[in-house]
Design a protein around this ligand. Sequence first.
Ligand SMILES: O=C(O)CCC(=O)C(=O)O
Ligand SMILES: [Fe+2]
Length: 279
Amino acid sequence: MTHFEPLTPTLGARVTGVDLGDVTTREAGAPLRAALVRHKVLVFPDQSLTPAAHRAFAAALGEPTPAHPVVPGLDADHPEIYVLDAGDGGKAPVWHTDVTFMARPPLGSVLRAVTLPPTGGDTCWTDLEAAYLSLSAPVRALADGLTALHDGRAYFEDYLRDRLGGEGSTWEGRRVRSLEPVEHPVVRVHPESGRRGLFVNPGFTTRLLGVTEGESRALLDVFFAAIGRPEFTVRHRWRAGDVVVWDNRSTAHYAVDDYGDQRRVMHRITLRGDVPVGV
Ligand SMILES: O=C(O)CCC(=O)C(=O)O
Ligand SMILES: [Fe+2]
């Protein structure tokens, strides 16, 4: 029997009693998809997924995207697997929600630990709905009406130009040759739960639109402080075999960089999402 043990009242559950190698159909994935909306982060300990089984499990939850809009996948057989190798730029020590610099960011991510350092390398997630609710009512009302720019160039423009000669992946049917910033509502209404979340992140959100530069900076500081509050987070200490799935529409995450030069490799598959909708 699949068992869900909540990690906090609103964020995260540890899921036992399921072998993800057996979850290979949408029917088998449906209860986990439902639990994902409710708990936002699902931690599956003691799994033993191969890259092919990782993809099969991801496909049971949704529609796998290419590995990344810019970065190519693991290999020709696994174009959906994004390799995060700490020795090759695969560190993410900043709060972010995956790929919000595209018009249609993934609905979720399925992350598998491949090689772990002896100590450190935890990942934290934060609850964007709790962050939204923590704002005072007038600031929530202000946020409800705002739109933000999300820009992936600081992280991926050099890679696209220098390592790929300007030829990125195919994302939503279009070859990515440049990373034009995109606009998203600051408050996103979750398409399945209807709940509001503070859909900005210091990784990719660069500017609030329709306000002055100074107002944008000050308000983003307020929003980023809210999403980074430890009260709204869970932290996972990885062990061999762990797989974690998160809802990208209601969370952001932070990969703690406290393991120096030691090896750490993770494999991620993202699930195709929708265009974020505001209030
Ligand atoms: O390496 C990690 O723990 C998470 C990295 C990350 O940001 C991701 O997989 O999307
Ligand atoms: Fe990420």
